[in-house]
Design a protein around this ligand. Sequence first.
Ligand SMILES: [Zn+2]
Length: 354
Amino acid sequence: MSLQALINASRRYGSDPHLVLLGGGNTSYKEGNILYVKASGHPLGSIDEGGFVRMDRSKLEAIWNQKFSNDDAKREAEVLQVMMASRLEGETARPSVEALLHALLPFTYVVHLHPSLVNGLTCAVEGAKYARELFPEALWIDLVKPGFILADTIRRAMMPLESVPNLIILQNHGIFVGGESLEEIDELYRHVLSTLKSNLKRDVDERSVEIDSTIVDPIKEELKTLFSGEVEYFHSNDTRSLLESAESFYPVSSSFTPDHIVYSGFKPLFVPNADSITKAFEAFTKKHGQNPKVVCVQDAGVFADGEKPLMLFIDTVRISVYTESFGGPLFMTDEMIEFIRTWEVEQYRAKVTT
Ligand SMILES: [Zn+2]
């Protein structure tokens, strides 16, 4: 029952907030010609057999002999169609968009996660350099479009290598770990996290900062009428330093990874304390065609449109602090942010993940 072993491990990883946020990440197991890979929209922490899709490995392999459109939207739609057709008969769930990568790696088990500590490295200006130094055995992949292009990039990067790396580090995204046993994978994750931890110049400081309710409450009231969900509030020693000025806000002012775009919006709104929040909010919406999901008010704290945006923004703060140890923050490019904002796959993921 190795699928059961994978389910148990997925739940364990998925319940550890240092490793997984909002079910982000995915896992797989191979048995003969079958790939069991996580379906889209199933959080790892509570996953069961129904959260995995069985796929035909030879059909997935055949994808590399096919030609796809150069147009992003068309290509991703074509690839999705082939992936859906590569499922075993009777399967109805939609495989994770990263299924192609799981199929590509010849390991019995693959665990792909987006831990904030790892992303402190992958989203840092000198991330590639530090990755080479700290994890010489790993394959580093520069920022590319997720989905088919990412899988194809890794496939090509692996071609000249003598052996397939069991550690792949993806810029502005996360990490893939493969192994013949789950113990091997656990060991690698422990190694990666402890190495990064011992190389931190400064750790996060999430001790709560109390701001007078005469300042916070009126902002909450104002945002109640602008947000679509509950107004969530957060303020810590880290956010206090970040929210001191527009300049100090820079390390959290854009998107580190696709998860952040999907759940907390492609960027937060920073409002200087003398400005009208409503006016700034409306100007943001007009300019970007969508409401901000996170509003940071100078010296007052972080206000989010519901729990998910807040969790992902707190992750952004953690990553920004960790990047200080690896050369400072490096956001996704504007082109990549635009790609994710309009990508159907991510719109689907935002809808179904609970
Ligand atoms: Zn991922």
